[in-house]
Design a protein around this ligand. Structure first.
Ligand code: ZN
Length: 160
């Protein structure tokens, strides 16, 4: 028998001002787009902002539907638009934020499993780690890559 251990490094910041300027910009873009999310059912408005390899910032927000599986998370809204319009450009970083019904930053935030899988595909596709910034009410968690969010992932190697 053998055991393995996964180590995930999360850098936690208490305040937006502690972050490098690039990261701060990305979070502000995510916060801004969150307000225009279409979330009449959950009232949970999520914003995502991607920094592309050319410095461009692409944003997206959640788009809900009366038939809930039809809706799309903010992360995938932004990611698929980026991959559709800039298929040769890697994503360097992603910021995610959410606004609750009361208009406050969400207490905790982390991408759903479906978005983790989608983001990981892009990370693998470009062989480029995507820095992940999770913007919550009392802290900002930063991970160096998407793989940290989805160890033992299903990926292209599984289907060969
Ligand atoms: Zn999601």
């Amino acid at each position: 028998m053998q055991q393995s251990e996964f180590k995930i490094i999360i850098t936690q910041y208490k305040d937006l001002n502690e972050l490098p300027e690039n990261d701060r910009q990305l979070i502000m873009a995510a916060r801004e787009i969150a307000f225009s999310a279409y979330a009449p059912y959950s009232g949970f408005k999520v914003g995502a902002a991607l920094r592309m390899s050319d410095g461009r910032i692409i944003t997206g927000n959640n788009q809900e539907n009366a038939s809930s599986p039809v809706g799309c998370c903010a992360e995938r809204t932004a990611l698929y638009w980026a991959n559709a319009n800039f298929p040769e450009k890697p994503v360097l970083a992603l910021a995610i934020t959410a606004i609750d019904r009361a208009g406050n930053l969400a207490a905790h935030l982390s991408p759903c499993g479906t978005c983790r899988q989608a983001l990981l595909e892009t990370e693998i596709r470009f062989n480029q780690p995507i820095r992940v910034l999770l913007d919550s009410r009392n802290q900002i968690d930063v991970l160096n890559n998407v793989k940290s969010l989805l160890p033992l992932s299903f990926n292209g190697e599984c289907v060969i």
